[in-house]
Design a protein around this ligand. Structure first.
Ligand SMILES: Cc1cc2nc3c(=O)[nH]c(=O)nc-3n(C[C@H](O)[C@H](O)[C@H](O)COP(=O)(O)OP(=O)(O)OC[C@H]3O[C@@H](n4cnc5c(N)ncnc54)[C@H](O)[C@@H]3O)c2cc1C
Length: 396
């Protein structure tokens, strides 16, 4: 049996894992980043949209190799077809090529000093006297034992490593969205904007998205509640049919699950940390989790470095505390908003988008949500409905 020894082993080279591996390696500690995929990043399970701010914030090069196009805002469509356009003067986001992006993040980790092994699957944790001392893995079908002072579970939504280490990552099916997506040829949509369709018959609890790539290629997908009796594919195909969009030029079919119902409480157990989707650190409103994985990875790596420098693994617990005080607090608020918006009827959605497509669009584009809710509350059709007033007040 082959054995290896590192200061830190990171399981999963999606978004969170390489950020942790890069940051820890930069501080001079030995790190191994592993992923079960033979080609890191492939296949993708993502619509590939991300805020433009993340590049500066997380020190990631703005590299055209993984940026398909810049996005200048969003178009929202109500169930009856009212439209709300939120267009910015500057690019607000980008559509990535995640197959390249994930691989480049792992490359940055390698450049910073981490070892990286593709086609290496973590199977279990190794325990001695009840404490995790490493992981059992399979590298190109050969068994390997990787010993490490710190183990990081960045193994995505289906994470097993954190659970095997004794971290409670359980959530019921209702707390997940099922997603189905075609990367396909599609025409007729402004490729500078992302497009989102809402409605209880269109996408229960979620939305249909068109995230443009090039001029006539896009990720066209849907997310719905996982415990829905019908599948996400059923709703996506129905939407395509109803919009006369032929599903005949499908370049990829991506299926995935998104945790949208709350976050893992204890992110650390002794010397094991859980980050990203594995810790359900996803924006519960829109299901995006790349920026959240970067933020969690940044906080986690900061405490790993401190713990190793001071030879005090107790310091790792500060990752849980800091995450909950910062991003956790923010995402809890977003979760509250999601739970309120779940109660909106199609008539509410039609009305709100209709009202907002007027004067207040500029305020939303500026991110002034409080003002937007106040504006909605002034509308006569809202004032006449105690239910709508209650829902909107919950959002304030
Ligand atoms: C259809 C869909 C669309 C999405 N669209 C967007 C979007 O537009 N924008 C956005 O921000 N987010 C989006 N998301 C969410 C986003 O993809 C995730 O939040 C993000 O990838 C989380 O990063 P992560 O590093 O935590 O996990 P992942 O990116 O899932 O990475 C986990 C890695 O761990 C590896 N792994 C798993 N188990 C093991 C093991 N036992 N051993 C070794 N390796 C292992 C996997 O191969 C994988 O590479 C979408 C998700 C889906 C499903």
């Amino acid at each position: 049996m082959k054995e290896m020894k590192y200061d830190v082993v990171v399981v999963g080279a999606g978004i969170a894992g390489p950020i942790v591996a890069r940051n820890v390696a930069k501080s001079g500690f030995s790190v191994l980043l592993i992923d079960k995929k033979p080609a890191i990043g492939t296949p993708k399970q993502c619509a590939e949209g991300i805020s433009i701010k993340v590049f500066d914030k997380y020190d990631i090069p703005y590299d055209r190799r993984f940026i398909n196009r810049e996005i200048y805002g969003a178009k929202l469509y109500s169930p009856s077809g009212y439209e709300l356009e939120l267009r910015y003067k500057e690019a607000s986001g980008v559509i990535l090529e995640r197959k390249v992006f994930d691989k480049m993040l792992a490359y940055y980790a390698a450049k910073a000093g981490a070892d990286v092994l593709a086609r290496t699957e973590a199977l279990d944790v190794i325990k001695k006297n009840g404490k995790v001392v490493g992981i059992k893995a399979k590298h190109e079908d050969e068994p390997v034992e990787i010993y490490a002072d710190v183990v990081v579970a960045a193994d995505g939504v289906e994470s097993t490593i954190a659970r095997k280490a004794g971290i409670n990552t359980y959530a019921p099916p209702h707390e997940f969205d099922s997603s189905y997506e075609y990367e396909m040829l599609i025409e007729g949509f402004d490729p500078d904007m992302i497009h989102l369709w809402f409605g209880n018959e269109i996408a229960p609890r979620g939305y249909v998205w068109v995230f443009p790539k090039d001029e006539d290629r896009a990720n066209v997908g849907i997310g719905i509640n996982s415990d829905n009796p019908k599948t996400a594919k059923y709703y996506l195909d129905k939407w395509l049919r109803e919009n006369n969009i032929p599903a005949k030029k499908l370049l990829e079919i991506n299926v995935g699950v998104v945790p949208v119902g709350g976050f893992v409480k204890d992110l650390v157990k002794d010397n094991v940390l859980v980050v990203g989707d594995a810790a359900r650190q996803v924006n519960p409103m829109h299901g995006g989790g790349m920026a959240e994985a970067m933020e969690a990875g940044t906080i986690a790596s900061k405490w790993i470095v401190k713990a190793l420098e001071e030879e005090n693994l107790e310091l790792l617990k500060n990752y849980t505390t800091e995450w909950w005080e910062t991003d956790g607090k923010r995402l809890e608020k977003v979760l509250k908003v999601r739970r309120v918006t779940e109660k909106l009827t199609d008539e509410d959605l039609d009305l709100f988008i209709q009202i907002l497509s007027g004067a207040d669009a500029e305020k939303i584009a500026g991110g002034d949500y409080g003002e937007v809710i106040k504006a909605l509350l002034k509308h006569p059709k809202v004032l006449l409905s105690p239910r709508r007033i209650t829902l909107l007040k919950e959002l304030l």
